[in-house]
Design a protein around this ligand. Sequence first.
Ligand SMILES: [Zn+2]
Length: 384
Amino acid sequence: MKVRFLILSFFILFHAHSMECDLKSQKELGQEILKDLTQSPLSCLKNDVHLTFDDGPSLSVTPAILKELELRKVKATFFVTSTHLEATHEKYKEKRDLVNQTLTSGHLIASHGHEHHAYDLRMKRNGEIEEEGFSQEEREKQMQKSMDLLQWSTQGKFKQQDLLLFRFPYGRGAMPSEMELEHKIKNGEIHLSGTTYSEKLKEYRSISPALQTIAGGGFSHLGWNHDSQDSSYGVKAPEKNVLKEYIKKNLKGLCGSPQVTKVALFHDIKEMNISAIPLIIDIGQCLGLKFISAQEMIKNSGLKSSGVIIEKNEILKGTVSNVLNGIQAVEKLGQPACSEVAPDKSCWSEQYKKYYAHCSGGDSVCFEGKWKSRTDPIIQDNCH
Ligand SMILES: [Zn+2]
């Protein structure tokens, strides 16, 4: 009787899953994964999930992911590494257009900084220092450059978005490890009164110069609470079985922990995500996951109390008196973009005593570091 019941319930479970799942692509691989998942029963706890993609854009991966998201009406956040958008970078024009296209398709464009380096101390697990982190001056420059390039790429739409989010490379500045905090305490750089790691972490977030800097620039910080671990794979897509395990591992991670909205970290420079993302969405939805937009995600109070979302106002409120560097950063960054820091290929105006970004200006327009007449064909063809 018991055995018959088990067989029957397995059949119902599997049957239900395979019937309800709307696999919009890669049906064969999707069915195999579903079969594996129902064979080792997966209790999915109907979490909300917000997908985020770092380090892009990539001309080969990002458009394919955008297409899959569009097909499924899922909105994500793209944390752009703005070195891709610099005029010195190969294919920068196409990449700038891609960022603009991503924004106009309804996704959120966010900053992952300019160069992909740590904004604060970054240590290896063995205690060696991997990066000291940017100086305060460099943090401000890096953030400003990223803002300028994102503004330039989107013809000013970046700052008009209803949410301005920043994610530090490696999360450092907002998500220091316990070892990194202890290192700072031992060196006398900071004094924290908390005893546990989570108390210390919370305290550090209220004095972190990196957080103060981005809040001064108008950004809130978004970390993550689900790491896809795609960083541990190569850029090229792996063989089918490796891909299958990656998808299953992610579905299990997104499904676990009840009532926790997941902010999922992926990278749109990894080819494997072109195949993985559509199946994670299709199978995830079938198992009860709901994929939400940045605007829906940001309302979640649990993400705020756990520090995954650190709001600009929270960073600035009552903490500016603690960090001198922070105050300076806030005052300095109140000034309009493009006037103080020379963005890439910008032009200096003697008349207005400030830099103008590429393709900006009046009767004369800045083009790759040189002033040209607005009627010049090169301006007509290249600047919108
Ligand atoms: Zn990154």
